[in-house]
Ligand binder design. Structure first.
Ligand SMILES: Cc1cc2nc3c(=O)[nH]c(=O)nc-3n(C[C@H](O)[C@H](O)[C@H](O)COP(=O)(O)OP(=O)(O)OC[C@H]3O[C@@H](n4cnc5c(N)ncnc54)[C@H](O)[C@@H]3O)c2cc1C
Length: 290
């Protein structure tokens, strides 16, 4: 247990749904929830002085967490939220839920990010993961991010310093806000785009069960979903964790899945795909704990 003079860890039951969209009940973690940027900085300085590391949490939509009692999680949701619009340059707090943000931007006739509609994530996590869909990714729009670095110092990083790559940005620290450059869009077409992307996701993704989106990155030649499907694994379950029948790259929490169920299912998927195609699937989700 990390002994902080700045923040108390929060009782996990209240937070389980916020820290992992997979919502397994066997998560063990100490989660800290700063309410302002100065206590975030002070807390990070404390962690640094103790020679420890921290793990930023956004929407938890890409995280599978098990027993991670030794990790120090910092949640973004109680931090202040602000949007500052200057023409088509927008500075946004990292803890904005992306869907709420899209609606706000729409009111100002700002578009471009509609491809992210329906992803249950926060802007900070979207940038760290360089999230993308339908041929676009957030890296196209980021001008600058402000972070609290690992020694508690506030720093601005320009887009070219972030080394964006497929589902990653080279950012070490806690993103607190980002400056995006967005095209002005016709209000109505933005709304229609958002609706059509959400409908498309509902049709193709198993959104009625807790999940973490695509578990695996797409190898260069085939999609991971195609490979998993061709191994006959659609609908295959271990305990309460199942490969979705709708989309084979989604593992769903169908019936009180445990961390171990998912670990075993991932091993089965990876072994079967390698045996059939000689392709080593690379995980897109982040697994924390044991
Ligand atoms: C239904 C569903 C659909 C999805 N569809 C897509 C999709 O189309 N495309 C896609 O790319 N992904 C998709 N995902 C995966 C996921 O939403 C993305 O990876 C997203 O970027 C994660 O954001 P988050 O806020 O939930 O981050 P989290 O899951 O909380 O964290 C993910 C990573 O980001 C880091 N992080 C989070 N916040 C910060 C911060 N403030 N500062 C620094 N680091 C931070 C964490 O430490 C962690 O390493 C989907 C997930 C779900 C559940």
């Amino acid at each position: 247990m990390f002994d902080s003079k700045v923040l108390n860890p929060i009782i996990l039951n209240e937070l389980r749904k916020k820290i992992s969209n997979f919502r397994n009940n066997d998560i063990k973690a100490q989660v800290f929830v700063p309410k302002d940027i100065s206590s975030l900085q002070e807390f990070i300085r404390e962690i640094y002085s103790a020679g420890q590391h921290f793990f930023p949490l956004g929407g938890g939509s890409n995280l599978l967490i098990g027993n991670a009692e030794n990790d120090i999680f910092i949640c973004d949701f109680a931090l202040p939220k602000a949007i500052n619009i200057k023409g088509n340059e927008v500075e946004i707090s990292s803890n904005y839920n992306i869907n709420v943000l899209l609606m706000k931007l729409l009111q100002h006739n700002l578009g471009g990010l509609e491809f992210l509609a329906g992803i249950p994530a926060h802007l900070g996590g979207i940038i760290k993961m360089n999230a993308g869909a339908y041929g676009h990714s957030i890296s196209e729009f980021v001008k600058e991010v402000t972070i609290v670095d690992n020694v508690g110092k506030m720093r601005k990083l320009k887009a070219h310093e972030l080394n964006f790559s497929y589902r990653n940005a080279n950012i070490d620290g806690f993103i607190i806000s980002a400056k995006l450059v967005l095209p002005n869009e016709n209000h109505l077409s933005g709304k229609e785009l958002i609706t059509s992307y959400i409908e498309n996701r509902r049709e193709k993704q198993p959104l009625n069960y807790p999940n973490l989106g695509c578990f695996y990155k797409n190898p260069s030649k085939y999609s991971a979903g195609y490979l998993i499907d061709k191994c006959g694994l659609k609908g295959f379950c271990i305990g309460g964790a199942c490969v979705s029948n709708k989309h084979a790259n989604f593992i769903i929490n169908k019936n009180d899945a445990t961390f171990e169920d998912v670990q075993k299912l991932m091993q089965k998927i990876e072994t079967d795909v390698f045996a059939k195609f000689k392709i080593k699937l690379e995980r897109e989700i982040k697994v924390i704990g044991k």
